[in-house]
Design a binder for this molecule. Structure first.
Ligand code: ZN
Length: 131
């Protein structure tokens, strides 16, 4: 479970889908890191990821964690974006989770992803929708 503090700190970066591009080997890192795992470089430029990608693999969670109980079954996909970056995201707007397929083109949109009714907290993040 993401704590509210952590969620808040990461908000701007998550909203804009900003990644770090290594200036020595051009590898795109998301989320950004301090040291490039490919070449150990430490110089980066900020790039905004394109939101289009495709489903690499997926799972459908039928026993959801707290905060997600209204969204059962909960489809989760590993999406590869055009830059080659992979992100694990929820999939939204499916009439039936069985529609999900490997290779399906999707687009990331910023959506409400979960909430804690008792504490009045709402978490936002990216969801993949069919493109
Ligand atoms: Zn590098």
């Amino acid at each position: 479970m993401i704590s509210p503090g952590r969620s808040w700190r990461e908000f701007p970066q998550r909203y804009r889908l900003e990644a770090a591009k290594c200036t020595s080997c051009n590898k795109v890192l998301y989320p950004p890191r301090v040291v490039c795992p490919a070449c150990k470089g430490a110089e980066f430029e900020t790039v905004v990821l394109l939101r289009d990608g495709k489903v690499v693999t997926f799972t459908v969670v039928r026993v959801p964690p707290a905060g997600f109980t209204e969204q059962t079954p909960l489809p989760i996909a590993l999406v590869e974006l055009m830059e080659g970056v992979r992100v694990m995201v929820q999939v939204g707007d499916l009439a039936d989770p069985e529609e999900l397929q490997i290779g399906m083109p999707v687009r990331l949109e910023f959506r409400r992803i979960s909430w804690d009714g008792e504490a009045g907290l709402i978490f936002y993040g990216h969801k993949a929708v069919k493109s």
